[in-house]
Write a protein that binds this ligand. Structure first.
Ligand code: DOR
Length: 442
């Protein structure tokens, strides 16, 4: 009996835990059903992918999609549209919306807004605060919860836990790995006078490397005393990479495409578009973060997609808000680094699929394996293209990479067996569902 599938991907170069090889993939009921030479098989839909490379679906574990409350910048539909246009199959969204995602009701509201309205799968970080600390054990296990996120330094929105006692109270409650925005709030307050009116290049002077390192050292000391697992988001300094290398037993590390690609030299060209927390810094940091990628101190890549409108970004610094888009450009920007020989395609997959699955215990995603969700990011490693604002699906419609020439491009996005994006077009109705996690099953 010839095998039959719902979907057959034929002739692609598949990157999985066996390495890179020409393999067909058969999909049934949204899950991977067979991998190998499936020449005799038939399927309801066959996609010829010879010449293309099939990666496990890219999971972006840090995005801000602004719904509810700030939907003039983005919403769950537009943010997820940008995600799948860029080859991303699942996102973890941040809690600094309005209302804040700090209660079971706020989380359930986001999950119901997202269900079958988002184009990719999703989970939501729940904000940890002094007020909800007693509820953390229940909150972090609710359907759709990615875990607990804490801001140790203030950024967009009002979430903040600036003192050691507050961080400790949260880490005494968490069982899952909690994520931290790590900048030392007292130091940020002391240094506010260093911001220079109309000069975004003073942003990294104000929010300096010591503010980031000091906060991360405090966090690790507290995590160790509590025996808690922590995840340090968007590491922006060489000093933190070197420090965190000594704490890999309990701390995981996220790095971002912008800290790996841009540098303080770009403030002159990009102005407030480059303004981000933690800041893009001088090249010395970028080089050490790359070493962190090469030596695997970095576990995962997150985009920290943080859209603000061009009008908002046009306000004079420091009234201008911090944040830039990134979910749609993560794949092409990083494939361009692959083409330039700065990382291998296997390392990219480790950072964007296997890494998130390992750190956060994602059930059935992050690997091309029979029985796993049929989530694929299909790319052309050789295609040359120019990233342009008009390609951006985000409501705010801009990218700091406008005009950048890249080699490597996302051609298709498949989520649980549905072809949701193909050659730059949304190709199926939105059927995004909540990601499931081992520690919250049942
Ligand atoms: O630059 C940033 N913008 N960093 C953050 O941590 C928050 C984000 C936002 O939500 O705008």
């Amino acid at each position: 009996m010839p095998q039959t599938f719902d979907l057959l991907l034929r002739g692609g170069a598949v990157v999985d835990h066996n390495g890179v090889g020409l393999r067909d993939i058969g999909v049934t009921a949204g899950k991977i059903a067979a991998i190998g030479q499936l020449g005799g098989a038939s399927a309801a839909e066959t996609i010829e992918v010879s010449g293309l490379t099939i990666l496990p679906g890219v999971i972006d574990t840090q995005v801000h999609f602004r719904e509810p409350g700030l939907t003039h910048k983005e919403d769950l539909e537009t943010g997820s549209r940008a995600a799948v246009l860029g080859g991303v199959t699942a996102v973890f969204e941040m809690p600094n919306t309005n209302p804040l995602t700090t209660s079971a009701e706020a989380l359930a509201d986001k999950v119901s807004r997202a269900h079958h309205r988002m184009h990719c799968d999703f989970a939501f970080w729940v904000g940890g605060t002094a007020d909800n600390v007693d509820q953390i054990p229940e909150l972090e296990r609710l359907p759709g919860a990615a875990g607990i996120k804490v801001f140790m330094g203030s950024s967009t929105g009002s979430l903040l836990v600036e003192d050691d006692a507050g961080v400790e109270a949260i880490l005494r409650q968490t069982r899952r790995r909690a994520a931290f925005h790590s900048e030392d709030e007292p130091r940020l307050n002391e240094r506010k006078h260093l911001r220079v009116e109309n000069d975004p290049a003073s942003h990294p002077v104000w929010r300096d490397e010591i503010a980031a390192l000091k906060s991360t050292q405090r966090l690790i000391r507290i995590a160790r005393s509590c025996g808690a697992l922590v995840h340090v988001l968007h590491v922006s300094t060489g000093e933190e990479i070197e420090f965190l290398a000594g704490h890999k037993d309990l701390a995981s590390v996220e790095v971002t495409p912008h800290h790996l690609t841009l540098s303080a030299d770009d403030y002159a060209r990009l102005g407030t578009k480059l303004q981000m927390n933690p800041p893009v810094r001088d090249k010395r940091h970028r080089e050490t973060i790359w070493r962190g990628v090469a030596e695997s101190v970095a576990d995962i890549l997150g985009s920290d997609h943080a859209p603000h409108t061009l009008e908002e970004k046009a306000k004079p610094y420091p009234q201008s808000p911090s944040g830039m888009t990134g979910v749609q450009t993560l794949v092409p920007i990083m494939l361009d680094h692959v083409a330039a020989g700065r990382l291998t395609i296997e390392r990219f997959v480790d950072l964007t699929s296997a890494g998130p699955a390992r750190l956060f215990g994602i059930a059935g995603k992050g690997r091309i394996a029979v029985g796993y969700d049929a989530d694929f990011t299909i790319v052309d490693l050789k295609r040359e293209a120019v990233i342009e604002d008009r390609w951006i699906g985000s409501r705010c419609g801009w990218t700091p990479y406008d005009g950048k020439h890249v080699t490597g491009w996302p051609v298709g996005t498949i989520v649980r067996g549905a072809r949701v994006m193909w050659e730059g077009e949304i190709a199926a109705p939105a059927t995004g569902e909540a990601v499931r996690f081992w520690q919250a099953l049942g």
